[in-house]
Design a binder for this molecule. Structure first.
Ligand SMILES: C[S@@+](CC[C@H](N)C(=O)[O-])C[C@H]1O[C@@H](n2cnc3c(N)ncnc32)[C@H](O)[C@@H]1O
Length: 301
């Protein structure tokens, strides 16, 4: 299994591969935009993964996007002036998938490495210039660069977020990023989140936290071992995410979320749970090799 472009790719490139996976099933992901983001390198890695590791990664990413898009739409119906904070946002397209006329007061904040944010803002601006705003609508998205493993970066991010959040409801998402963070950095990250999502300022407002994680058992699965070897061989942590390189990867059992200080676990599902929920089993290629991710929804106490 070889990638013909020149590895190592940066950790930011994983976001393009994720977009490429989503683009295979726009009718399931409800993301018709990601197909415009696919680069030749991402398409090549995508092909490599489905050929040699797990043919169901595109479906898995499609149902994941659909699940969180549905949660987000419900959140904004309840709190039209809510703030969506996507940590490790990559090339996910949520702000562009929601109807801005329905939610004109919503705020979108995307957090990632400087390289990723620069690449995304340029790509979106370029597509909007070429295609007009009918394809990718105009949205006011605030980009904030931050290494999620770095304490000083998190403090700076907290100040930026407080200025926007004030007494509004929030939805924070950690989708497809926890795996890239060291387990040693998670205490600080979740403590930072509990300080951003403060209920005391407006007790009637809700603060939600959506997380995607691999359970520890997945490490025994052959397709997962292939995937992690592939990632370690072909991708390296980006310039700003150097701290991700050190330390153990985060595999988190359900009890981690059940016991997360300051939060209450309100819902949990998984890749297969969503495949069932959205009735898309006919697209499953090989259930045994599927890399099941766990999806959690928590509410700040
Ligand atoms: C697999 S992509 C997922 C992107 C997006 N959340 C999605 O689901 O489509 C992982 C993203 O996490 C970002 N990332 C990885 N380590 C990071 C770190 N230490 N700080 C900030 N972002 C990081 C990468 O740049 C990349 O955009």
């Amino acid at each position: 299994m070889t990638v013909r472009q020149t590895p190592p790719f940066s950790v930011e490139d994983t976001a393009l591969v994720t977009a490429s996976f989503r683009s295979s099933f726009p009718e399931i992901s409800h993301d018709p935009l990601s197909r415009h983001l696919v680069t030749p390198a991402a398409a090549e890695i995508h092909a490599d993964v489905i050929r040699h590791i797990n043919a169901d990664e595109p479906l898995a990413h499609a149902v994941r996007n659909r699940f969180f898009l549905d949660q987000l739409r419900d959140f904004f119906r309840q709190y039209p002036d809510g703030v969506f904070i996507n940590l490790g946002a990559g090339f996910s397209m949520y702000p562009y998938l929601l109807d801005s006329e329905a939610f004109p007061l919503a705020s979108f904040i995307e957090v990632d490495t400087p390289a990723q944010l620069k690449h995304k803002s340029r790509t979106i601006a370029k597509l909007q210039k070429i295609q007009g705003h009918e394809l990718i609508p105009q949205r006011d998205v605030m980009y904030v660069s931050c290494d999620l493993c770095c304490e000083e970066d998190l403090s700076a991010l907290a100040s930026e977020l407080h200025a926007v959040v004030e007494d509004r409801a929030t939805f924070v998402l950690l989708e497809g990023v926890l795996y890239f963070l060291s387990v040693q950095s998670l205490d600080k990250l979740f403590h930072f989140l509990s300080e951003v999502q403060v209920t005391a300022r407006a007790p009637e407002k809700m603060h939600l936290l959506g997380c995607v994680a691999y359970a520890p058992e997945i490490q025994h699965q052959e397709s997962f071992r292939l995937l992690s070897t592939y990632i370690d061989k072909n991708f390296q942590a980006g310039e700003h995410a150097r701290t991700s390189e050190s330390g153990e990867r985060a595999f988190l059992p359900r009890t981690f979320f059940e016991n997360l200080m300051g939060y209450r676990l309100t819902a949990a599902t998984s890749t297969l749970g969503c495949v069932e929920h959205y009735g898309v089993h006919e697209h499953l290629v090989n259930r045994e090799r599927l890399l099941e991710e766990q999806f959690y929804l928590l509410q700040r106490r």
